[in-house]
Design a protein around this ligand. Structure first.
Ligand code: SF4
Ligand code: SF4
Length: 185
């Protein structure tokens, strides 16, 4: 495809020869906003709803009920991790930030369990697809907790111990409710 150059005509008159008019127009806009906000800002008369920014961290945004927070791994009734290392979540994760190394479970209740389960919270894009994909209700993001700031990249990688520390026994039925789930809706 041929590259073309669009020639923009210089404005006629004084505007075409000096930037002063444009600078004055810009200053006028700034001055207008200053005058509009000045008394309210100085005297503290502005309503909270008029202010578009928050003085974080003293003021914090109220999150919606369905906000996705830091991950957590759920536990079974006996305290074991619910995850059966099915690899659905690392497969669906668009950021490739979930690392699972499975191992054989010692009991007959489940076939596998994770030996290593890590999430790199710095790479996570908080899409929630891992939660959607999990067939066991083993991973959730309903903590309302932000990923904490870290000085070292390695500190942003949460291991299974850290993920389980926020977990709790899940009341979901392992493996779903069977073929008659439609009758229960
Ligand atoms: S929320 Fe999205 S990006 Fe983050 S771990 Fe889950 S699937 Fe990956
Ligand atoms: S989808 Fe659920 S059960 Fe499967 S590996 Fe991820 S957390 Fe574990």
């Amino acid at each position: 495809m041929a590259v073309t150059v669009k020639v923009v005509a210089r404005p006629a008159g004084i505007r075409g020869h000096t930037y002063l008019v444009a600078v004055a127009e810009g200053m006028w806009v700034t001055f207008r906003h200053l005058m509009k906000n000045f008394p309210g800002n100085v005297l503290g008369l502005r309503k909270k709803t008029d202010i578009a920014t928050l003085s974080y961290p003293e003021e914090k945004q109220a999150y919606p009920a369905r906000n996705r927070g830091l991950h957590r791994l759920m536990k079974r009734e006996n305290g074991d991790v619910r995850c059966v290392a099915c690899m659905m979540c690392p497969t669906v994760c668009p950021a490739h930030c979930i690392t699972i190394v499975p191992e054989e479970a010692p009991d007959n209740a489940v076939e596998k369990r994770p030996r290593i389960f890590e999430i790199d919270e710095l790479r996570c894009v908080v899409c929630g697809l891992c939660v959607e994909a999990c067939p066991c209700d083993a991973i959730r993001m309903d903590t309302k907790v932000h990923a904490p700031p870290t000085l070292r990249r390695a500190d942003a990688i949460l291991d299974m111990e850290a993920l389980l520390a926020r977990g709790e026994p899940s009341i979901a039925t392992q493996g779903g409710t069977g073929p008659f789930w439609r009758e229960k809706v």
